[in-house]
Ligand binder design. Structure first.
Ligand SMILES: NC(=O)c1ccc[n+]([C@@H]2O[C@H](COP(=O)([O-])OP(=O)(O)OC[C@H]3O[C@@H](n4cnc5c(N)ncnc54)[C@H](O)[C@@H]3O)[C@@H](O)[C@H]2O)c1
Length: 368
C-alpha cells in the first residue's frame, strides 16, 4: 500500500519564535526564505555572508526577519541574543563547512564547529522556554570505512580531516549535553528536546562557496572555460538543498510537539541509488547546461577526502515518514535552471520562491 510522505506544515511554523544560526550561508538562506514564507518569527545569528556573491544578499534574505551579525565563539553575545529573542525553536547551522579550508585552518574549524556548538547548547541551557533544538552536522561525522554500505545513526563518530572530525566532535558534544542537561528520561522536568541531523552533500542554486563542486562548475561554465575536477571517483549522497532543509524543519516540529522520542541523531539523505561519483555529476551538469560545457580531470595530488560515502536513511523514512522528494536528475536540472535564470538576470529571490513552490507541490505528491 502506498501513502503520502510527511510534509512541512506552514500552520505549525506560523508565528513560532525561531532562532537560526548560519542564516547568511547557503542552506541558511534557503531555510530563512522557507520559514519567512510560513510566517515564522525568525531571528538569524551568524557572521556576514561567507561568499561574494551570496544568496543571502542576492535574494534579500534579511528582509522580513531579524538578522544579527555575531560569532558563535562569543558565548556572552549568543546568550544575550537568546535572552532577548526567547526562541522556542533553535536550528544550529553556523559552521566552517569546508574540508579543504579545514586543512588550512584547523584551529578555527574546531573553535567554530565544536566550541560554537558547546556555546549554542549552553545558551539553550541558560534560556528558559526553548523546546526544540536541531544541531546540523554532516554525513562526514562517521568514521569512514570506505565501504559500500550506508552509515547508520548508531555507528562510531570519527572523521579523517579536521572538518569531518570537528563535526564528529560536535555530535559527541550534543550527546553529552543531552544526557547531562536534557535527558529524554527527564523530559517532563526540562521540556527541551535536542536532536542532531546528518545530511549528505547538498546542491542547488545560490551556492558560491570556494572548493565546492557545483559552484566550481558554475563559475567555469559561466566563464566559458572547461570545468577542472578533482577526485572524479569520489562518491557522495547528493541531494537538493531543500531536502535536508525540509527534513530539519520536520524534525524540529516533532521535537516541539512530541519531545523526547525524537531527541537523537538522524540521517537525512537521498535514495541510495542517487549516490553518484563526481565525474557522473559533472557530466550531467555539463549536458544540462549545453553551450559546449566540458570538463577536464585535474591529476595534481589532492589532500585526503573520503572516497566513498553513503548514508542509510531507513530510520527517518520509517519513523518519521520523511522521504526524498526530488531524484537526482530533477535535482541536477533544478540546480542548472537556477544558475541559468540567474545569468539571465532573473531576481534570485523569485527563482528561489518558484523552486520552493515546486518542491512543496512535489512533496505533497510524493508517494512511498
Ligand atoms: N553544503 C553541504 O553540502 C553540507 C553538507 C552537510 C552538512 N552541511 C552543514 O550545513 C551547515 C550549513 O552549511 P552551508 O553549506 O550553508 O555553509 P555556508 O558556508 O554557506 O554557511 C555557513 C554559515 O555559518 C556562518 N558562520 C561561519 N562561522 C561562524 C561563526 N564563527 N559564528 C557565526 N556564524 C558563523 C556563516 O556566516 C554562514 O552563515 C553547516 O553546519 C555544514 O557543516 C553542509
Amino acid at each position: 500500500m502506498q501513502g503520502n510522505t510527511t510534509v512541512v506544515r506552514p500552520d505549525f511554523w506560523n508565528g513560532k519564535r525561531v532562532l537560526l544560526t548560519g542564516h547568511t550561508g547557503f542552506k541558511g538562506s534557503w531555510m530563512s526564505i522557507w520559514l519567512k514564507e510560513m510566517g515564522a518569527d525568525l531571528t538569524g545569528f551568524s557572521l556576514t555572508p561567507p561568499t561574494s556573491p551570496s544568496l543571502f544578499d542576492d535574494a534579500r534574505v534579511a528582509e522580513g526577519m531579524r538578522s544579527i551579525i555575531g560569532d558563535v565563539r562569543d558565548l556572552s553575545h549568543l546568550v544575550s541574543v537568546f535572552e532577548e529573542v526567547k526562541p522556542e525553536i533553535v536550528i544550529h547551522m553556523a559552521a566552517q563547512p569546508l574540508v579543504r579550508e579545514s586543512y588550512k585552518l584547523p584551529v578555527d574549524t574546531y573553535a567554530i564547529n565544536v566550541m560554537g556548538t558547546v556555546n549554542l547548547l549552553e545558551a539553550v541551557r541558560l534560556t528558559p522556554g526553548v523546546r526544540s533544538v536541531v544541531i546540523v552536522t554532516t554525513d562526514k561525522c562517521y568514521e569512514n570505512r570506505e565501504w559500500f554500505w550506508g552509515y547508520r545513526e548508531d555507528e562510531a563518530m570519527g572523521g579523517y580531516d579536521p572538518y569531518s572530525n570537528s563535526k564528529g566532535c560536535a555530535e559527541l558534544v550534543v550527546s553529552s549535553y543531552r544526557r547531562s542537561y536534557f535527558h529524554p528520561d527527564r523530559y517532563a522536568e526540562h521540556k527541551v528536546a535536542v536532536a542532531s541531523a546528518r545530511a549528505g552533500n547538498v546542491i542547488g542554486g545560490g551556492d558560491w562557496a570556494d572548493d565546492r563542486l557545483i559552484p566550481d562548475i558554475m563559475r567555469a561554465v559561466m566563464e566559458g572555460r572547461p570545468v577542472h575536477i578533482r577526485s572524479p571517483y569520489a562518491t557522495r549522497p547528493w541531494q537538493h538543498v531543500l531536502e535536508p532543509v525540509g527534513g530539519y524543519l520536520l524534525l524540529a516540529e516533532r521535537l516541539y510537539t512530541e519531545g523526547a522520542a525524537w531527541a537523537e541523531g538522524w540521517n537525512i539523505g537521498p535514495r541510495s541509488d542517487d549516490a553518484r561519483n563526481v565525474e557522473s555529476i559533472v557530466r550531467s551538469i555539463c549536458d544540462n547546461w549545453g553551450d559546449g560545457a566540458s570538463f577536464e580531470i585535474d591529476s595534481a595530488p589532492q589532500p585526503h577526502e573520503a572516497g566513498y560515502l553513503k548514508l542509510d536513511i531507513s530510520k527517518i523514512e520509517n519513523r518519521m515518514n520523511w522521504h526524498p522528494v526530488w531524484r537526482l536528475p530533477v535535482t541536477l536540472a533544478k540546480t542548472v535552471d537556477w544558475y541559468k535564470r540567474y545569468t539571465a538576470n532573473e531576481d534570485p529571490r523569485e527563482i528561489c520562491l518558484s523552486q520552493l513552490n515546486d518542491y512543496i507541490r512535489d512533496s505533497k505528491e510524493t508517494l512511498y
